[in-house]
Unconditional design. Structure first.
Length: 97
């Protein structure tokens, strides 16, 4: 049985509670539920079928989408309530779409 373990990193930062704690030069989104404006910096995945780690960016996202469709199990930490929401909101498709 094959599986993929994946995690993504967002490009924009979650804003601090206080505006005075914002850092110059850092691009912020509107908070933890502003999925469309988080942007994906990268998505990393381990593919058990090939015993290989892979890194995905916007230019090769179709490869991750195909890999996700072909696998039996997708595993992540908080992927249902965060990673998958960011993926969908930024135009990446998941097998449940």
């Amino acid at each position: 049985m094959s599986y993929i373990i994946y995690d993504l990193e967002i490009r924009t930062a979650i804003p601090p509670e206080s505006a005075e704690d914002r850092l110059d030069g850092v691009e912020y989104n509107q908070g933890w539920h502003d999925y469309p404006h988080m942007s994906i910096s990268c998505l990393c995945a381990y593919d058990s079928k090939t015993d290989r780690y892979r890194v995905f960016f916007e230019d090769n996202k179709a490869e991750f989408e195909e890999l996700a469709r072909e696998t039996q199990i997708l595993v992540g930490f908080n992927n249902i309530k965060f990673d998958d929401m960011v993926l969908r909101a930024t135009g990446w498709s998941m097998p449940t779409d």
